[in-house]
Ligand binder design. Structure first.
Ligand code: PHB
Length: 393
């Protein structure tokens, strides 16, 4: 029999170290994967929210790598169809129990985020809310951290702007559910305390809305402005009725939060959107090197314009990556949430930090006007409010 030398333990170790150094053994094998369970409406009436956020999360991984702190990042994307809160809750439970996700993320609408909150609490799983924007959401679990925005945060600047810019008799029109009520209350309170008077407040059902009778009623009240909040995906339908009912010709200015001139739909709205003034935390036209690079990379990968929900998704991924790095080995849910509190960074939208007390973003809110630039409508920022916190309602 030929003599085969038995390698010494030291030789085995040397070979293993050399293999690791040469990258032959992926470092990710050394640690548990970081699994992100991303729950989004990818079909149904709010599919644009899911499409935007999924694209942004994938772009983040493309630009920043698919491993962090020695852990392989796995994105598990689930469609909750955006309608039934029980579905979102069941998916969250499955992701926690069966897939053993490290983090839950996404959440396209408020009722869906609220339904999943107890799952985050019971399983001590961080829950990054990227889209849903009612103020109270973060109070529903100590494991919720928000990367998007809140309605009161983005509503009061337009109320102040309207009061200072000659608007005297506005009507409000909101989707009749929690974020709409946040927007209505914030607008009415701020506008009234600035000395103005809101002549009528209209609420449109969230499900299968028909905006025509509401816009007719708004026109009949002879306002000088119409403040609008509808969730993203709905703006084009509102804008169509605004045009068809002749509100613009009747001298009514449309104002609102930026959801109504959502960058995902803005190009399809046409001329009627030109001149609409809104306050918001993100415009694809935001002028900064970070945003220019973001919009360019996003459009190259997806061939559509990124909207504010995309930035909520992109920054949510940033929070998760940075928290995993900061919390290091053995980071559990509590350590990851602790690492997210107070985190500050430069987003495509501008400077953002996470308020350690509320786990909501503190950010710049811009006042913008839709203008045609090179034949296309964009929300052009012209005034800003720095370091805006959620004021509550
Ligand atoms: C929400 O349901 O919280 C929500 C959805 C879409 C928006 C804003 C708020 O554009």
């Amino acid at each position: 029999m030929p003599h085969v030398p038995v390698p010494t333990r030291r030789a085995v170790l040397k070979t293993a170290i050399a293999a690791l150094a040469a990258g032959l053994v992926p470092r990710a094998f050394a640690a548990e994967p970081l699994k992100i369970g991303l729950i989004l409406p990818l079909t149904g009436p709010f599919a644009s929210t899911g499409k935007q956020i999924e694209a942004a999360c994938r772009l983040y991984m493309q630009r920043n790598g698919d491993s962090v702190a020695g852990r392989k990042v796995e994105l598990i994307v689930k469609d909750d169809t955006g309608v039934a809160p029980e579905t979102t809750k069941r998916i969250a439970q499955e992701l926690v129990v069966q897939d053993k996700v490290t983090v839950l993320a996404g959440f396209g609408l408020t009722p869906l985020a609220l339904a999943a909150a107890p799952v985050a609490t019971q399983s001590k799983t961080p829950m990054v809310v990227m889209a849903a924007a009612t103020s109270i959401i973060t109070t529903k679990s100590p494991y919720i951290v928000r990367s998007g925005f809140t309605l009161p945060q983005v509503t009061w600047p337009i109320a102040e702007w309207a009061a200072k810019n000659g608007i005297k008799r506005p009507v409000t029109l909101v989707a009749d559910y929690a974020p709409g009520l946040d927007a209505e209350k914030t607008f009415v309170t701020r506008f009234t305390s600035a000395g103005g008077k809101v002549v009528e407040s209209l609420r449109v059902p969230l499900r299968n809305p028909d905006y025509a009778p509401f816009l007719q009623r708004a026109k009949d009240a002879k306002p000088d402005a119409l403040f609008v909040f509808v969730p993203s995906g709905e703006g084009a339908a509102v804008m169509k009725q605004f045009a068809d009912r002749g509100l613009k010709q009747a001298g009514v200015r449309m104002i609102g939060t930026g959801d109504v001139v959502d960058d995902d739909l803005l190009e399809s709205m046409g001329d009627v959107a030109v001149g609409v003034v809104t306050s918001f935390h993100y415009s694809a036209a935001h002028k900064s090197p970070e945003n220019q690079a973001y919009v360019e990379a996003f459009m190259k990968a997806n061939h559509f314009r990124p909207n504010f929900h995309s930035v909520g998704g992109y920054d949510g991924m940033h929070l998760i990556y940075e928290a995993a790095t900061k919390a290091g080995d053995g980071a559990d849910g509590d350590k990851l949430v602790a690492a997210m509190k107070g985190m500050a960074w430069t987003s495509p939208r501008g400077p953002v930090s996470i308020d350690p007390a509320t786990r909501d973003p503190i950010q710049t809110v811009y006042v913008r006007k839709v203008e045609m630039v090179d034949g296309k409508p964009w929300s052009i920022e012209f005034e800003k409010f720095d370091n805006v916190k959620d004021p509550g309602v």
